[in-house]
Write a protein that binds this ligand. Structure first.
Ligand SMILES: Nc1nc2c(c(=O)[nH]1)N[C@H]1C(S)=C(S)[C@@H](COP(=O)(O)O)O[C@H]1N2
Ligand SMILES: [Mo]
Length: 310
């Protein structure tokens, strides 16, 4: 008869297999992920969800930024303008239950729980570069739904030309919202064809886990060919509208932050060049790519002067 073992030393078959699988796939992971794996038990390393490509790099071969950097270095002015502080200040931010209201120029307005949204729509994984207007960048493994799928469900009317996103307003939980120098709540917008593009996500997760509060839990926009500020966090309201919305950053300084905000190395910010960027976790700088390397969106802007419509 087999010796009775304490439950805590039993390795369930499943866990054993996923460990083995991890050890195999980690060979193709980024050096940062491999380093993490080397100094932590494999069980603490996030298991990529089904469908995640085994190689954790983007289509250009850039390794994903470490989870530590993605969750530890954030821009989230509702909490703080300091990039290290949101991690701690947002730790207790309540993101469940959370409803998003979708309305305006649509045939089927909805108010939907994020938990239902994740059931109702196809959850997908995408590894995207993210380029902040401040000239730093990351590579982030997102999960979420296509914004297009949600829009198809609510059926925009023919009058709808733009989509307006509104963040939450909750100064009790968000210390930065007590500073009225900012035009709260955070607002962003896209043209309808940009919103319908297959690259545009509503993200609910990173590295196979639910979004951390500081990354915009429970649901945020991700538009990888635009500067990071377009990718609004903690969305409460989505409206289809006729007129171009005024975004948070346009309201603060339209000369510096335009509506389109397409990543463009040839159009400098009034106070700094956009020709190169610092990839977090790397030394030195790399060239910034037009549309952040997502050339497939170029046809959305045919006939536009991107230095005027910046
Ligand atoms: N609601 C809200 N969304 C926001 C911001 C913010 O301050 N508030 N910062 C933006 C900026 S400037 C960037 S670069 C990205 C950063 O996303 P990350 O912190 O998850 O990397 O979020 C964007 N979304
Ligand atoms: Mo940013």
């Amino acid at each position: 008869m087999a010796e009775k073992r304490k439950p805590d030393v039993i390795t369930p078959q499943e866990l054993y297999q996923s460990r083995r699988k991890f050890l195999k796939t980690s060979l193709t992971y980024s050096s940062a992920a491999a380093l993490l794996a080397a100094c932590q038990p494999a069980t603490l390393t996030p298991t990529p969800p089904a469908g995640t490509p085994s190689s954790m790099s983007d289509e250009l071969g850039n390794p994903t930024t470490s989870e530590e950097d993605i969750t530890g270095f954030t821009n989230y002015y509702e909490f703080s303008s300091n990039k290290k502080q949101p991690t701690e200040l947002a730790a207790d931010f309540v993101t469940q239950p959370w409803t998003v209201q979708i309305g305006g120029l649509v045939k089927k307005p909805q108010e939907i729980l994020v938990s239902d949204l994740k059931q109702q729509f196809n959850l997908i994984d995408r590894i995207y570069r993210m380029r902040c207007v401040e000239a730093w960048s990351m590579v982030i493994p997102w999960s979420g739904i296509l914004l297009k799928d949600l829009l198809d469900a609510v059926q925009p009317t023919t009058a709808a030309k733009y989509i307006r996103f509104e963040g939450t307003f909750d100064p009790d939980q968000m210390p930065g919202q007590n500073y009225s120098t900012y035009p709260w709540p955070y607002v962003e917008g896209l043209r309808l064809d940009e919103a319908m593009h297959d690259l545009t996500l509503l993200a609910t997760g990173i590295y196979g886990k639910d979004l951390a509060p500081q990354n915009g839990a429970p649901i945020r926009l991700v538009v990888p060919w635009k500067y990071g500020f377009k990718s609004i966090k903690a969305i409460k309201k989505i409206d289809l509208v006729e007129e171009m919305p005024t975004s948070f950053w346009m309201a603060l300084s339209s000369r510096e932050y335009g509506f389109y905000a397409n990543v463009n190395p040839n159009v400098p910010h009034p106070r700094w060049s956009q020709a190169s960027e610092q990839r977090i976790g790397e030394t030195g700088r790399r060239d910034t790519l037009l549309f952040n390397g997502y050339d497939e969106v170029a046809n959305l802007y045919t006939g536009m002067d991107l230095s005027v419509d910046f």
